[in-house]
Design a protein around this ligand. Structure first.
Ligand code: FES
Length: 626
């Protein structure tokens, strides 16, 4: 049923300070109203009433009393309610406090296509001059065209649809047998998509990095190989849960869950694409191909594939290498006939975002041994060189993406990205993304925080607070003492002891994953000659601090390199270059996946790494210990 303001079945929800009013149907809750208004609300538990992050202030109107979740008596008395538990019974006015906002997402991208010239892109136009038919050469129009294309491509597997054949007699004769032929590559075959008179009309490809938290897309001019526009946004799936596991559960347990999730990711991408097309004054028809890179769950949800097997032992997905599909069949709003390709993964927990990153790092061709790390929710990594490659996913947990931490958030505007603590914990300073007042703290800020707290003697090696009465930055919170990282306008951003321990578990999982891979191939840490860091997380990361907490190996800083959004860059490479497609296919078949879930070595390494920086201090010779 369409929602209309003024509809008798609808309640109007006015949201301040946005001044937006949206209509929701009888029985829908405030959480759904806020999602409808496209305001990024925090929702770690996916609307289960368990995380209390979706707190809003009810200013006017009545709601059905729902679960108060973890709201305090003071908050309830002030009029706060959980958006996901509150169903309006009349028109209401609500205010969303800053602390409930997911923050504005800023794309942290340099030019994703820089340095990649077009070399046989996935979709291209070639100009062909055909011999005119004669009594000596009476080949039919289609046969004549196919012969010429075969000759040009050196490929026998050429296909043309009946629509293309229908257009041939007119176009070939009207254009004097000189035409532009549009070719799309898919599954090793070349499809003749269109035959038209010669013109210099532009055509584009879409590359997308479908992340669990954020999505980044770019439009690429396929003729010139240039990026025309880049955009990013929060993944609208976030309202169904913060991490892949909660979304897999939602997809399986809620009626229409898979459709909801596919609809949410498509709505995010389509919205971003629409904005780029409007800015550039391009028709969606001119976007002729798309390449998407995401973790295995995101790829499944984007394509509408059941992700249930990813979560259940033996962790088998529907497909690691899903076949290409036409955009119109998926619901991607570009040219409906455009092929949509997804980068291949190798397992349920190493997806196309990682293989794309390994492609960008060029590891499969390196003589030296290199390590690729994307320390997002799962801490995915690949170790190796041109002889061998092993990969693993170490369930680091989402702490470094800001989840599981009360004030945690992605590296969006207002996130504390750097923390400086000195004078034995008495002086605390910070820097935020965008230099705006702090809203929360992101992964790089949390790593700084952990390193500084330990170095300044505020926590011990196990992450336990060393309380000193003279330190004004300690306060008593709901679950024990908390350390105040920022205090602005009566608002505090704090970290508690359980959160510190949560971070230590995450960093321990990453380091244990690295050590497990090294042990499997019988190499010491020093054998790693290059370390590539990927994702928005790496952008602001202070390497020395990550080493100081024992998350990354204690190796010279010049061995580390930041790749940026390598998932998006990988998608662009695949869009533009045939040799990149070949390399990706080759490397994705070559990565040996290590399943760490029941691995004794991983468990032992994990336990050893549950201290700052590690139980074995000889692994961190450059770190100054307390
Ligand atoms: S309590 Fe509402 S989203 Fe978690």
């Amino acid at each position: 049923m369409a929602r209309e303001l003024g509809d008798s079945l609808a309640r109007n929800v006015k949201i301040i300070p946005w001044g937006k009013t949206v209509a929701i149907l009888d029985g829908e809750n405030l959480f759904q109203a806020i999602a409808e208004a496209e305001i990024p609300l925090r929702a770690a538990c996916g609307g289960e009433g368990a995380c209390s992050r979706c707190k809003v202030l009810l200013k006017e109107g009545r709601i059905l009393p729902g679960s108060p979740g973890g709201l305090t008596g003071e908050e309830l008395a002030a009029g706060y309610v959980l958006a996901c538990q509150s169903v309006p019974v009349e028109d209401v006015v609500i205010e969303i406090p800053e602390s409930s906002l997911a923050g504005r997402y800023r794309v942290v991208l340099s030019e994703p296509g820089r340095g990649i010239g077009p070399s046989e892109p996935l979709y291209r136009k070639i100009k062909l001059e055909l011999r005119q038919p004669s009594l000596d050469d009476p080949r039919d129009d289609l046969g004549r065209l196919l012969d010429e294309v075969r000759f040009h491509l050196g490929n026998d597997r050429i296909k043309a649809s009946l629509d293309v054949v229908r257009s041939l007699p007119g176009i070939l004769r009207e254009s004097g047998w000189i035409v532009n032929v549009s070719l799309a590559e898919s599954g090793g075959e070349a499809y003749i998509e269109q035959v038209e008179p010669v013109s210099d009309s532009k055509y584009y490809g879409l590359a997308a990095d479908i992340g669990t938290t954020t999505i980044a897309v770019c439009l690429v001019d396929l003729d010139k190989g240039k990026t025309a526009a880049v955009r990013g946004a929060y993944n609208k799936q976030s309202v169904y849960g913060d991490d892949v596991i909660s979304r897999i559960i939602y997809s399986g347990e809620s009626k229409g869950g898979l459709k909801d999730l596919q609809g949410a990711v498509l709505a995010t991408i389509n919205g971003l694409v629409f904005g780029m097309l409007e800015d550039l004054q391009i028709s969606s028809e001119d976007v002729r191909v798309a390449v998407c890179a995401g973790n295995t769950t995101m790829t499944h949800l984007f394509l509408g594939l059941d992700p249930a097997g990813i979560r259940l032992e033996p962790y088998v997905p529907a497909a690691n290498k899903p076949p290409p599909e036409r955009a119109g069949k998926i619901g991607l709003e570009i040219n409906p006939g455009a092929w949509v390709h997804c980068l291949p993964g190798i397992s349920s927990y190493i997806g196309g975002d990682v293989t794309g990153g390994v492609l960008v790092a060029g590891m499969a061709g390196l003589e030296e041994t290199a390590l690729f790390i994307d320390a997002g929710t799962n801490g995915e990594m690949v170790l190796g060189n041109r002889e061998w490659l092993v990969g693993c996913s170490c369930s680091a947990g989402p702490a470094f993406e800001g989840n599981g931490i009360r004030y945690g958030m992605p590296a969006a505007e207002g996130a504390i990205e750097r923390v400086f603590i000195s004078e034995k914990g008495l002086k605390v300073e910070f820097r935020t993304v965008g230099n705006v007042p702090p809203v929360g703290i992101c992964g790089s800020g949390l790593i700084d925080c952990l390193a500084c707290l330990y170095r300044e003697g505020v926590i011990d090696r196990a992450g336990k607070f060393i309380l000193k009465p003279e330190n004004p930055w300690f306060k008593e919170g709901d679950e024990g003492p908390e350390f105040i990282l920022a205090r602005v306008n009566n608002r505090e951003i704090t970290i508690s002891e359980p959160e510190v321990k949560n971070l230590i578990r995450s960093k321990a999982a990453v380091f244990a994953g690295i050590r497990s891979m090294l042990k499997t191939v019988g190499l010491p840490v020093e054998a790693i000659e290059r370390i590539y860091l990927a994702g928005g997380f790496g952008r602001f990361l202070n390497i020395r601090q990550a080493v100081a907490i024992g998350m990354l190996p204690d190796l010279p800083e010049d061995r580390y390199a930041y790749l940026g959004n390598s998932s998006l860059k990988g998608a662009v490479q695949v869009l533009l270059s045939k040799s990149a497609r070949k390399s990706l296919e080759e490397l994705s078949g070559r990565i040996t996946y290590l399943e760490l879930a029941a691995d004794r070595t991983f468990y032992d390494e994990f336990v050893s790494a549950l201290f700052l920086p590690h139980t074995d201090l000889s692994l961190f010779p450059s770190v100054n210990f307390q």
